[in-house]
Ligand binder design. Structure first.
Ligand SMILES: [Zn+2]
Length: 103
């Protein structure tokens, strides 16, 4: 399960998200009280893309027709997602490929 902070771990103040108009990141989440940096935010479209990908991974994980390699691949990237690590482009490509194969 993903842990979502709703208050500052430093002062317990409320968090706020500032939309950035330049640079690498879509937004910056920080404490509204002490301005402590919490995390970078992602754009709604990249969040939506990620959700679709996770849905496909969950769907594939529920298949019993995967071969041994496919099953262990899906299990390992499922774990990667749980640890909030982004998939590489190659891994994403494999998810799409397997989804096309079984959907
Ligand atoms: Zn704070």
């Amino acid at each position: 399960m993903h842990l979502t902070l709703t208050n500052c771990p430093n002062c317990n103040g409320p968090l706020r998200e500032l939309i950035l108009h330049s640079g690498l990141h879509y937004s910056r989440v920080e404490c509204a009280e002490c301005e402590r940096f919490i995390r970078w935010g992602r754009s709604p479209s990249s969040v939506a893309k990620q959700q679709i990908l996770e849905h496909k991974i969950n769907w594939l994980a529920a298949r019993t027709s995967l071969n041994e390699w496919e099953a262990s691949f899906i299990a390992s990237i499922g774990q990667q997602i749980d640890n909030r690590k982004n998939l590489s482009p190659k891994q994403t490509e494999w998810v799409e490929r397997l989804y096309q194969k079984y959907a």
